[in-house]
Write a protein that binds this ligand. Structure first.
Ligand SMILES: *Cc1c(COP(=O)(O)O)cnc(C)c1O
Length: 441
């Protein structure tokens, strides 16, 4: 597969954009080679500027649960744009989306829109600090919550594979990014996932200062580190005891694993939750919400300030609303579960037949090929750093056969409603070919 136009565009891009990209993981640093420039997406297919076609399992990192350019979503976007791109004033679209989000998530008594997942988490943390009067936020090793200063501590694979390649992860409570003062990171305490004892020790030492415990209930930014329900329940109970807020970062899992996200899947209601990715149907939208008594601290009602010129943007609201409507009316999650189960079965069969040291970790339409032996990891520290070496050649093997995945061993992949059984079968068959040739072993 040749990509001369992509390569030429990338050569120009590095001359005027840092690393040639608008977001670091897109740069292919973890797998080598030049990133691909795309011209368009249709359903489950991506077409690059050289005319090559790929089955897309990256899905723009999660938002595209309906695939690219779903006709109804495109129509909703066009209709909204014709009525004006932004008002900077209330409109019915944001109300309709807020009502729909709340109907699917009864624990969200109030919802506020922002423009990205980063902003949603940053704002939710501010609310938690504002209404508790405390400063410490507990997060978990490997959890990514966007790029707000105080959350760039042990934060997922993008940082682990880029900033700290070869040097291990950051120290506890120390920033993983330059430009973040140590003072900021001091208010962030980091705990291991799936370790209730470590969490309890942390709470015993600093519990009175903890404003919020922030977790991706389905941690999907350093591989897919599925948690036991009991661990999440433990966090729920302890936070209640110490008067801290439990924040579920559902930027990936929200509307992905169920209309009610991980909260519905596990039957656990957090105090606050954050959204991005799917909630905007492919446009830059984020949201946070939760208990009314917490959200009533937000301006204009309360003293926690949070604002945005383009927040509740009519085009983003229209795309999100149409996406959620389709998810519900077409029972998309049930279909995705069946498709995911088929992929899992096919791939596990390939791995067993070829005796490959790896496993497919999956929940619904989120999957991750863990290139390591033993049980599926539940903690970032149990993820094998050596997988990156095995993954790079496997990545290029799949790419050249027309499969586009996130360019890192530790990124999860996504199925969409636009994928067909033949797409998942083809991916399993391509993996079989790779392992037969010794690639990725
Ligand atoms: C992607 C992501 C974010 C950040 O969202 P952006 O829209 O990229 O700012 C936050 N939390 C989680 C869990 C994410 O996956």
């Amino acid at each position: 597969m040749k990509r001369p136009r992509s390569e030429a565009l990338f050569a120009r891009a590095v001359e005027c954009m840092p690393g040639g990209v608008s977001s670091p993981v897109r740069a292919f640093r973890a797998v080598g080679g030049a990133p691909i420039f795309f011209e368009r997406g249709e359903g489950a297919t991506l077409v690059d500027v050289d005319g090559n076609r790929y089955v897309d399992f990256c899905g723009s990192w999660g938002p595209l649960i309906l695939g690219h350019a779903h006709p109804r979503v495109v129509e909703a976007v066009e209709r909204a744009a014709r009525r004006g791109c932004t008002f900077g004033a209330p409109h019915e679209g944001e109300l309709l989306l807020a009502e729909r989000i709340r109907a699917a998530n009864p624990h969200l008594e109030r919802v506020r829109f922002v423009s990205s997942g980063t902003e949603a988490v940053m704002s939710a943390v501010r609310v938690a600090r504002g209404c508790t009067g405390r400063s410490v936020v507990v997060k978990f090793d490997g959890g990514y919550h966007g790029h707000a200063d105080h959350l760039l501590v042990k934060a997922g694979s993008g940082l682990a594979t880029l900033s700290h390649a070869g040097s291990g992860l950051a120290e506890l409570g120390a920033p993983s990014s330059a430009g973040v003062p140590e003072d900021f990171a001091r208010h962030t305490a980091v705990c291991e996932l799936d370790d209730a004892d470590a969490f309890d020790r942390l709470i015993a030492a600093r519990g009175r200062d903890v404003a919020a415990v922030l977790i991706e209930p389905i941690p999907a930014n350093h591989g897919l580190l599925l948690q036991r329900r009991e661990f999440l329940r433990h966090l729920r109970e302890r936070t209640r005891e110490i008067g801290a807020l439990l924040i579920f970062d559902e930027v990936i899992s929200g509307f992905r694993v169920a209309m009610g996200g991980a909260a519905e899947l596990y039957g656990i209601a957090p105090d606050l939750a954050t959204y991005g990715k799917i909630v905007g149907g492919g446009l830059p939208v984020g949201a946070y919400g939760g208990r009314r008594d917490a959200l009533d601290h937000v301006a204009p009602l309360g003293r926690v300030y949070q604002a945005g010129t383009l927040s509740g943007n009519p085009i983003g609201m229209a795309a999100g609303l149409e996406t959620l409507a389709i998810l519900e009316s077409e029972r998309v999650h049930e279909r995705l579960e069946r498709l995911g189960a088929r992929l899992e079965a096919r791939v596990q069969e390939v791995l067993a037949n070829r005796r490959v040291d790896a496993k497919l970790v999956r929940v619904g339409s989120i999957f991750w090929l863990a290139l390591q032996s033993g049980d599926a990891p539940r903690r970032a520290s149990a993820v094998d750093p050596a997988a990156a070496k095995r993954f790079a050649p496997l990545y290029h093997f799949l790419l050249d056969r027309g499969f586009y995945l996130g360019p890192s061993a530790y990124e999860v992949s996504f199925l969409s409603a636009a994928h067909a059984e033949r797409d998942v079968d083809a991916l399993a068959a391509a993996l079989d070919d790779a392992f037969a040739e010794g690639v990725g072993r």
